[in-house]
Design a protein around this ligand. Structure first.
Ligand SMILES: Nc1ncnc2c1ncn2[C@@H]1O[C@H](COP(=O)(O)OP(=O)(O)OP(=O)(O)O)[C@@H](O)[C@H]1O
Ligand SMILES: [Mg+2]
Length: 372
C-alpha cells in the first residue's frame, strides 16, 4: 500500500493556491502596496515574524496572483551584497556585462530604462533580508526612494525575522524612509491542524493517516507555532513510513521524524564527543548569547581563550572547519553563509537552534570537568 500520493504537496517550497489563515495579511499587502503600485504609487512593506509563519509563502502567493506587474523574487542570503542582488534583478530582464562594476544608482537607472520599455510596475520581493536591514540601510534607502530619485515605479516587500522598528531604532537612523510593517504571528494548534490536514489530504492516500497523526503533528509544531515544522514532520514521517513499507503512518514515525529535525542533546550524544568538539560547541554557545548567529571568527577567538583554560592546543582554520562540519553532521550545530553588508562578502556563521543555550553550556561544562 503506497503512502504518498503526490509529493509536491509535502514540499516546503510548495505555494498553495489558497493560503489558510493569512487572508488579513494578504489583503493588507494588497491595499498598502499592490493597489497603489498598479496606480503608479510606490511603497514598501516589511513582513516580519518568527520562522515558519508563512512570510515567504504569502509573498510568493501575492506575486503569483498579481497580474499586470513585473514580480521579481530574490533571497538576500544568496548574495554577498545588495549591489549583487540588484545586478541579478537587472539580469532577469536583460543581459548585463558580467565584468563591469555597477553602483546601486547605475542599476536602478537600468531598471528604470527596462521599465520604460515594458511599461509595467515592478514588485521586488527581498526574502531573508534581516541582515540587509541591519547592515545596508543606505542601500535599502535608495531602493525605497527609487520612485522619487529615478522615477521608477517599484515597490518592495522586504521579509525579516525581526521587527523592523527594533532594527531601525537600534541604529538610530533616519535614513530609512517610511514603510508598512506587517507582523506574522505564530500559528495556533488549531490552525496548524487545518494546514496539515489540508496538505495530507492532497499529498497522501486517505487510509495512510488518521486524526491522531494530524493532532500529534499539530501539537508538536504548536510549540513554535511553525507551519514549516508541521509540514516537515508530515513529510519526513511519510517518507519513514514509506521506507519501512508500512501500511500507514504511525506515531512512532512522527517521533522519528521529530528526532530528525530536532535532535535532542542527550547526555549520551554529548558524552560521545571529543574534547575539541565540546569546546567548540561551548564557544559557539557563548557567542550566541550576543545574537542569532555567531561568526566563525568570533567563535574561533572564543575557542582560543577557552582551549587555553582547558590546557588544549589552539586549532587552525582548516581544522576548525572540519570539527564544525562534524558537529553539523551530528545535528548539534547549524551553519550558513551570511552577508557582511554591502560588498564585504559573506562569512560562515554558526547557529544552535534547538536547545536552550544555558542548559547546553551547563551540560558541556560538567562533561569537560570530568575529563582527565
Ligand atoms: N497559511 C498557510 N497555509 C498553508 N501552508 C502554509 C501556510 N503558511 C505556511 N505554510 C507552509 O509552511 C511552510 C513554511 O512557510 P514559509 O516558508 O512561508 O514560512 P516563513 O515565515 O517564510 O519562514 P522562515 O522565516 O523560516 O523563512 C511552507 O512549506 C508553506 O507552504
Ligand atoms: Mg521564509
Amino acid at each position: 500500500m503506497p503512502i504518498i500520493k503526490d509529493e509536491k504537496y509535502l514540499n516546503l517550497s510548495f505555494v498553495p493556491d489558497k493560503l489558510l489563515f493569512r487572508e488579513n495579511e494578504i489583503s493588507k499587502i494588497r491595499t498598502a502596496l499592490i493597489e497603489p503600485l498598479l496606480g503608479g504609487i510606490s511603497g514598501t512593506v516589511i513582513l516580519y515574524g518568527e520562522p515558519g509563519t508563512g512570510k515567504t509563502t504569502t509573498a510568493k502567493h501575492i506575486s503569483r496572483t498579481t497580474a499586470d506587474l513585473d514580480c521579481v523574487y530574490m533571497n538576500a542570503l544568496s548574495f554577498p551584497s545588495l549591489t549583487a542582488l540588484l545586478r541579478e534583478v537587472v539580469s532577469t530582464f536583460t543581459r548585463l556585462d558580467q565584468f563591469s562594476t555597477y553602483t546601486i544608482s547605475d542599476l536602478l537607472r537600468s531598471i528604470s530604462k527596462i521599465q520604460e520599455r515594458r511599461g509595467k510596475g515592478i514588485l521586488l520581493i527581498i526574502d531573508e533580508s534581516t541582515n540587509l536591514m541591519r547592515e545596508d540601510q543606505a542601500g535599502l534607502y535608495s531602493i525605497m526612494r527609487a520612485s522619487e530619485i529615478y522615477s521608477l515605479r517599484l515597490s518592495s516587500i522586504l521579509i525579516s525575522l525581526d521587527d523592523p522598528y527594533i532594527i531601525f531604532r537600534k541604529k538610530r537612523t533616519r535614513s530609512v524612509s517610511s514603510y508598512v510593517p506587517i507582523k506574522f504571528s505564530r500559528y495556533t494548534k488549531d490552525e496548524l491542524y487545518m494546514i496539515i490536514e489540508d496538505r495530507a489530504g492532497s499529498g497522501l492516500y486517505p487510509a495512510t493517516y488518521d486524526d491522531q497523526i494530524i493532532t500529534m503533528i499539530a501539537d508538536i509544531a504548536a510549540q513554535l507555532g511553525s507551519a514549516r515544522v508541521a509540514i516537515e514532520l508530515l513529510q519526513k514521517a511519510a517518507y519513514i513510513a514509506k521506507h519501512d513499507q508500512s501500511e500507514s503512518i504511525s506515531p512512532d514515525d512522527i517521533r522519528a521524524a521529530r528526532a530528525m529535525i530536532n535532535p535532542y542533546f542527550t547526555e549520551s550524544k554529548l558524552n560521545g564527543l571529543e574534547q575539541e568538539d565540546l569546546v567548540l560547541l561551548l564557544s559557539t554557545a557563548f557567542c550566541l548569547k550576543d545574537g542569532l548567529y555567531a561568526t566563525l571568527s568570533n567563535v574561533m577567538a572564543r575557542y582560543a581563550v577557552l582551549a587555553e583554560s582547558y590546557g588544549m592546543q589552539p586549532m587552525d582554520r582548516q581544522k576548525f572547519y572540519r570539527v564544525a562540519s562534524r558537529l553539523e553532521t551530528y545535528g548539534l550545530l547549524e551553519s550558513r553563509l551570511e552577508g557582511r553588508g554591502d560588498r564585504k562578502g559573506v562569512e560562515k556563521v554558526l547557529m544552535i537552534n534547538d536547545v536552550p543555550l544555558d542548559a547546553l553550556s551547563e551540560k558541556i561544562e560538567s562533561i569537560l570537568a570530568r575529563l582527565p
